[in-house]
Design a protein around this ligand. Structure first.
Ligand code: GAR
Length: 221
């Protein structure tokens, strides 16, 4: 099989950057055919920026507080991303709501990772809410981003059990381990041109998806 062309990836973060690290590690090992062109954080001095520097990737800061409103911040963010000639933009713990102006600009080439089995538990505090709701299963989703918050077409999900005695931290840790496998996989599919968004319909290997893909179908336990 021929080696796929490396795509240019921009990763947006707001904090710790453990998903970013999983992406950087697989890019460095060659498992992931991407060049991480830049990491951009809307919060200054976060640990994810240090992870980017350690990997030799430009670590850029764009403080949303310096802008009068959301559209102004997003216009600057678009300019910064487009300077990198990004093929794909991924939100990895990027904790700003994005308007339609931004999401439409990157339609079909903007991913988010969300710590729940969407459409359940959009928004914040997903682990607490899953426990409170008495869920026996929880997980994480990768989806294309649209203007609807955590609402775009879902590509792939990873499931974990909710165990007796779990609190938000133990459950979050179990989910996060899966997130680190899930995000690089979805990015690889995009780089290999196996994923396509047409209107609101998602195609995988040329087939229209009627339900999200499941991580366990693609990996050995
Ligand atoms: C991850 O759990 C990610 O799913 C979540 O933030 C965490 C970031 O961790 N994202 C959201 O909640 C988006 N709404 P990380 O900085 O270590 O990758």
């Amino acid at each position: 099989m021929s080696t796929p062309r490396k795509i240019r990836l921009v990763v947006l973060i707001s904090g710790r950057g453990s998903n970013l690290q999983a992406i950087l590690d697989q890019a460095a090992s060659g498992e992931l055919p991407v060049e991480v062109a830049a990491v951009i954080s809307n919060r200054l001095g976060v640990h994810g920026l240090e992870r980017a520097r350690q990997a030799g990737v430009p670590a850029l800061e764009l403080d949303h507080k310096h802008f009068a409103d959301r559209p102004e911040f997003e216009a600057a963010l678009i300019e910064l991303i487009d300077q990198q000639q990004a093929d794909l933009v991924v939100l990895a713990g990027f904790m700003r709501v994005l308007t339609a102006g931004f999401t439409e600009h990157y339609r079909g080439r903007l991913f988010n990772i969300h710590p729940s089995l969407l459409p359940k538990f959009r928004g914040l505090h997903t682990h607490e809410r899953a426990i409170e709701a008495g869920e026996t299963e929880h997980g994480a989703s990768i989806h294309f981003v649209t203007a609807e918050l955590d609402g775009g077409p879902i590509i792939v999900q990873a499931r974990v059990p909710v165990l007796v005695g779990d609190d938000a931290d133990t459950l979050a840790a179990r989910v996060l381990e899966q997130e680190h496998r899930l995000y690089p996989l979805a990015i690889r599919w995009f780089a290999e041109q196996r994923l396509r968004l047409e209107g609101d319909q998602l195609y995988f290997d040329g087939q229209a998806l009627t339900a999200p893909l499941r991580l366990e179908s693609f990996t050995v336990a």
